[in-house]
Each structure stands twice: as structure tokens, then as C-alpha cells.
Design a protein around this ligand. Structure first.
Ligand code: CMP
Length: 145
């Protein structure tokens, strides 16, 4: 199974890209796709369309379009299928950095919820919607055991 993480602009600016990717690689999760892009407003609005109308929406779009982000498709086939998304989200930690456990990415590096340092697809369905927003099929790699 494949899922998407986005290393958001604040993490890119702070030089945390390598550190964040390393955490997934240490669990045996492989990189299927990788690119750096400066999101246009339209792309950020499409990604976060379910949050439209929330009080934090405008700040979220502004934050996502301020600087480049790093887009990573993770190949979780090495993991148990049912628990793959849950493990990825556990490595990342709670959305609110104040609630995220130490040892998680957000617990260790997060500063503010509205400038979250990493986004992750929250279900198989959202991964299937979000990955094609940023990657063509032929840009994604597969691995032989
Ligand atoms: P992300 O995981 O990228 O997905 C949605 C984003 O909305 C989230 O990170 C936060 O940056 C932002 N967000 C979610 N809830 C709140 C909130 N209560 N206050 C401010 N920002 C939020």
C-alpha cells in the first residue's frame, strides 16, 4: 500500500527533511515517490478542501503556499496492511504538537498546530485521493522482495 506524507514549508526551512524521512526508513518503510514543489494556491485548496470554512483554513493555505514542501509517497508493503496507516500516523504523532508524544515527529519538532511540520493521509481513501494530486503513476516506484 502507498500513502502520502508532505513535509510542510516550516520543516523544509528548518532543515528537517532528512531527519523526518529517516524516521520512516528506520521502520523499513520505503520511498516510492519524492519531489519538492512550491504549491500554488489552487493545489493547496484542493488538498485541504475538507477544511474549507474552518477558522484556521486561510492561515493553513497561506502557510502551505509560503515556501516549498517535500512530497513523499511511502510504500508500506513491508508492514501489516491493516496497521500501515496507523503506524505512519503513530510515527508522526498527534496533530497538535502540544499533545503529540515525545519521540514522534510532531512531538519532537512541532511548534504550532497551524504551522504543522508534516501532513499525512489519514486513511486509505485519502491516500488514494491525495497521491494523484502530486504524482503521476509512472513517477512511483515499486520494489521486489
Ligand atoms: P495537516 O495534518 O497538514 O492537515 C490539516 C491541517 O490543518 C493540520 O495539519 C493543521 O496544520 C491544520 N489544523 C488542523 N486543526 C487545526 C486547529 N484546530 N487549529 C489550527 N490549525 C489546525
Amino acid at each position: 500500500m502507498k500513502t502520502l506524507i508532505i513535509i510542510r514549508p516550516d520543516a523544509v526551512i528548518r532543515g528537517l527533511v532528512g531527519e523526518i524521512i529517516t524516521r520512516f526508513e528506520k521502520h523499513g518503510i520505503r520511498i516510492a515517490g519524492l519531489k519538492i514543489m512550491h504549491l500554488a494556491r489552487k493545489q493547496a485548496e484542493e488538498l485541504y478542501k475538507q477544511h474549507k470554512g474552518q477558522p484556521f483554513y486561510d492561515r493553513l493555505i497561506q502557510n502551505m503556499t509560503a515556501n516549498p514542501s517535500v512530497f513523499v509517497v511511502l510504500d508500506t508493503d513491508v508492514l501489516d496492511r491493516e496497521s500501515a496507516i496507523a503506524l505512519v500516523r503513530k510515527i508522526i504523532g498527534d496533530t497538535d504538537p502540544a499533545k503529540a508524544e515525545m519521540g514522534t515527529i510532531r512531538g519532537d519538532f512541532g511548534l504550532r498546530i497551524d504551522q504543522n511540520i508534516i501532513h499525512a493521509s489519514d486513511s486509505r481513501e485519502s491516500a488514494e485521493r491525495e497521491i494523484p494530486l502530486f504524482f503521476k503513476k509512472e513517477e512511483l516506484q515499486t520494489y521486489k522482495e
